[in-house]
Design a protein around this ligand. Structure first.
Ligand SMILES: CC(C)(COP(=O)(O)OP(=O)(O)OC[C@H]1O[C@@H](n2cnc3c(N)ncnc32)[C@H](O)[C@@H]1OP(=O)(O)O)[C@@H](O)C(=O)NCCC(=O)NCCS
Length: 199
């Protein structure tokens, strides 16, 4: 791991603060994922809509110059949501004994740290704060399948925190890439993250 960046504040973001920083948050996302800049505008309505979903919560990592260097959010998953129904379809088709995961879970929708700030534990701290006191029985996420041509940072983080395979090589409608769906029971073991009041 590289040295922790100086004076980064990790704090829950209220819906208002998240929406105020929406373009910045989307910039972190496209930079971390290596997506084209045009994705910022395409994704904005969806992220705005997610804020209104039950159980929505977000956490930001903010540096000394008040710039967002990391962001994560999610909400309570339930039927009728595109992601939920896609995972249910995949589990059913794969005859996986995993439908129980869908009974009561928090969907970790996004988790991103700017490349320059990666490798210093920010991702774990952001994720721990997001999941702290989360009332769901478990947390689920999807991430692109391991690919030897790209770094496995997300995978290393999720495995380190005990995420298990729920579904592998799943093809979401409209995306040619294979994805893994990973999950783990909540709460995460370990001390509660220290943190300031919501921003
Ligand atoms: C996944 C992500 C949020 C993790 O954030 P992070 O701050 O790097 O997280 P951490 O430092 O807590 O740990 C990440 C792991 O990657 C490793 N890593 C991160 N940056 C690295 C680098 N530059 N060189 C080598 N290893 C690195 C860390 O050492 C750690 O591995 P370890 O558990 O074996 O020590 C971040 O890498 C990211 O935004 N990636 C691109 C977007 C993405 O894939 N998001 C998740 C989509 S589901």
């Amino acid at each position: 791991m590289t040295a922790a960046p100086a004076r980064v504040t990790i704090a829950p973001l209220t819906a208002r603060a998240f929406l105020d920083r929406l373009t910045e948050a989307l910039s972190v996302y496209v930079t971390a994922m290596g997506y084209p800049r045009s994705t910022v505008r395409q994704r904005a309505p969806l992220w705005r809509e997610h804020v209104r979903r039950p159980g929505w919560r977000a956490v930001g990592a903010i540096d000394a110059d008040d710039r967002l260097t990391g962001v994560a959010y999610g909400y309570r998953g339930t039927h009728g949501q595109w992601w939920h129904d896609e995972v249910r379809r995949g589990l059913t088709a794969a005859h996986r004994d995993g439908l129980g995961w869908l009974a009561d879970y928090f969907e970790l929708t996004e988790l991103h740290v700017l490349p320059a700030a990666q490798g210093a534990g920010l991702g774990e701290r952001v994720l721990r704060m997001l999941l702290h006191d989360c009332p769901s029985r478990s947390v689920l996420l999807s991430t692109p399948e391991l690919d030897p041509r790209s770094p496995a940072r997300a995978w290393r983080l999720y495995r380190r925190l005990g995420f298990l395979d729920v579904l592998r090589s799943h093809q979401f409608v409209g995306d040619p890439r294979p994805f893994a769906v990973l999950g783990r029971a909540l709460p995460l073991p370990g001390p509660p993250p220290p943190g300031p009041d919501p921003i």
